[in-house]
Design a protein around this ligand. Sequence first.
Ligand code: SAH
Length: 247
Amino acid sequence: MRFSILTLNPGFFRGALDEGMIRIAREKGLLEVALVPIRDFTDDRYGTTDDYPYGGGAGMVMKAQPILRAYESVRRETPGKPPRTLVTSPQGRTLTQRWARELAEEPEIAVLCGRYKGIDERVIPLLGAEEISIGDYVLSGGEPAAIVILDALARLIPGVLGDAESAEADSFSEPLLDAPVYTRPEDIESRRVPDVLLSGDHERIRIWRRREALRRTWLKRPDLLLGRKLSDEDQSLLDEIKKEEGR
Ligand code: SAH
């Protein structure tokens, strides 16, 4: 995947691209990240990227032309089918695991990071872009959103995770929270790791993990279970959980 980030603050990404899963994906040659500094595409000697809003009011608006030129440079790099183009915005469709999985299949994505009061509205149709939000709160810029999106996608690009891990990741194709995890030591201030995890009995462990995943989902995010068709095993585990939790 080629992932282009159009930004006024390329420095924001220093470090982030060289750590964790993004780094692994890049090192494996499965992900190429291109930082496109919008300021390089201004047409005056001051490098103006923002201007006053029509109609007045406080704050500045990102100008369209430098963005359109920056985008053209992305297009020149990889002619052919246009990239899947995303504009970060609190008004966008919220990123979900399901959407991330779909986006991870794209060969090319371009993400535009806003700043100030936002971006001249005409940019969205002109780029044929979709607005994308990372949640119901307002950031001061799209850069943290772009890195969130990239991180979520990088681990889903086919081949980035090893087979075992990606098989595991597949089980999250269903929206269930993960079971709790523990590592050594067995005892920390009298808080012990659940015995079953030390039993070596893989089937018991599997069922325990499934039960705890269901329990957490039911307790913390019951909305994820609403209207969902459960397997017979899941349903009987959930019935047990409800009894245990006295509800
Ligand atoms: N006035 C705008 C918000 C501007 S915030 C409005 O209310 O819609 C400045 C920039 O931060 C935005 O252009 C966008 O790129 C980014 N941003 C803010 N919140 C975001 C969110 N929840 N998800 C993704 N991007 C966000």
